[in-house]
Write a protein that binds this ligand. Structure first.
Ligand code: NDP
Ligand code: MG
Ligand code: MG
Length: 340
């Protein structure tokens, strides 16, 4: 089994006397900055003027421009949207990367796909919590944490891995467990997971199930509950005790249906499609398409996004959730934090 690092394995003294700049104060940024600060780390936040700036000030953070924060800090954690990182890096971070500093990411995309090329004389590593930022924050305040990955891309000081582990500990990740990976593995598996299973695969499955029932004449409300709402209950069981535990909790009829019908939905062809998706990620084809889409101001992204919002499952879902205040209250946080 791969080595898992917990609090007791980590020497956090390597962070002592160092100033950490958290660049960005969104989903991940606010969680890292608050957790680090409460763990006793010397933190500044780097931002432009705007909504996040005001929020960080209200939270009691020391807030500076990205340039000033990067100039002051020994450890610079880049928690900006991946699409904007290369430009902001070039203009405001790179000029401040003097020898021996550490440049840190929560996702390997820009380094792995050569959109950011750091100088040789700095440490480059990633600390990637495997969960949305709002959970990183909430679990920390509860005395727990979200598991994390660390990876060292470049070790200029000889301390990069120790520093990555110390950072992971101070945001709470080593309470839950930290695994070591590489930028390549983190980037490729993160993209594959969100495309094939977590986001793309799941939304397509839910929509296809809903459409099948509605096209056969069943009520959209019933189809919504059956294909979307109940998914959470099943996923919670899988999360707690694996497929086996979920199957233990459902009826034998549901379990038999799972065995005989699951493989009719996710077929050899589906698996072949997953392999093709993985190939596009590994070869850089997906990354290139997404980078070009952003350079063109996202015409396809925006068109699909607008169309998806009008899907009947969304229309009926909005109405049903209005009547379920307990669902609505929770989903507010999720809407902003579900990006990973
Ligand atoms: P968000 O979109 O939630 O936050 C981005 C932050 O960057 C905001 O505070 C925004 O401030 C700021 N920002 C945007 N543009 C600029 C600019 N030009 N100058 C200064 N600040 C700017 O990002 P995420 O937290 O989702 O993602 C950050 C990183 O973490 C990414 O690398 C992502 O892949 C990674 N990650 C994210 C996870 C998640 O849970 N979301 C999970 C694991 C990794 P403003 O209010 O001014 O726009
Ligand atoms: Mg049922
Ligand atoms: Mg991701």
């Amino acid at each position: 089994m791969a080595k898992v690092y917990y609090n007791g394995d980590v020497n956090e003294t390597v962070l002592q006397g160092k100033k950490v700049a958290v660049i960005g104060y969104g989903s991940q940024g606010h969680a890292h900055a608050l957790n680090l600060k409460e763990s006793g780390v010397d933190v500044v936040v780097g931002l432009r003027k705007g909504g996040s700036w005001d929020k960080a000030v209200a939270d009691g953070q020391t807030v500076l421009s990205v340039n000033d924060a990067s100039a002051l800090a020994d450890v610079i954690m880049v928690l900006l949207p991946d699409e904007y990182q290369p430009k902001i890096y070039k203009e405001e971070i790179e000029p401040n990367l003097t020898a021996g500093k550490a440049l840190v990411f929560a996702h390997g995309f820009n380094v792995h796909f050569s959109q950011i090329t750091p100088p040789d004389n700095v440490d480059v590593f990633l600390v990637a919590p495997k969960g949305p930022g709002h959970l990183v924050r909430r679990t920390y305040t509860e005395g727990a944490g979200v598991p994390g990955l660390i990876a060292v891309y470049q070790d200029a000081t000889g301390e990069a891995k120790e520093l990555a582990l110390a950072y992971a500990k101070q945001i709470g990740a080593a309470r839950a467990g930290v695994l070591e990976t590489t930028f390549q593995e983190e980037t490729e598996t993160d993209l594959f997971g969100e495309q094939a299973v977590l986001c793309g695969g799941t939304t397509a499955l839910v929509k296809a199930g809903f459409e099948t029932l509605v096209e056969a004449g069943y009520q959209p409300e019933v189809a919504y509950f059956e294909c979307l709402h109940e998914l959470k209950l099943i996923v919670d069981l899988m999360y707690e005790s694996g497929l086996e535990g979920m199957r233990y909790s459902i009826s034998d009829t549901a379990q038999w249906g799972d065995f005989v019908s699951g493989p009719r939905v996710v077929t050899h062809q589906t698996k072949q499609a997953m392999k093709d998706i993985l190939t596009d990620i590994q070869t850089g084809k997906f990354a290139k398409g997404w980078i070009l889409e952003n350079q063109a101001n996202r015409p396809e992204f925006n068109a699909i996004n607008a169309r998806e919002k009008q899907h009947p499952i969304e229309v009926v879902g909005r109405q049903l959730r209005e009547m379920m205040p307990f669902v609505k209250a929770k989903s507010k946080g999720v809407v902003t934090s579900a990006k990973n």
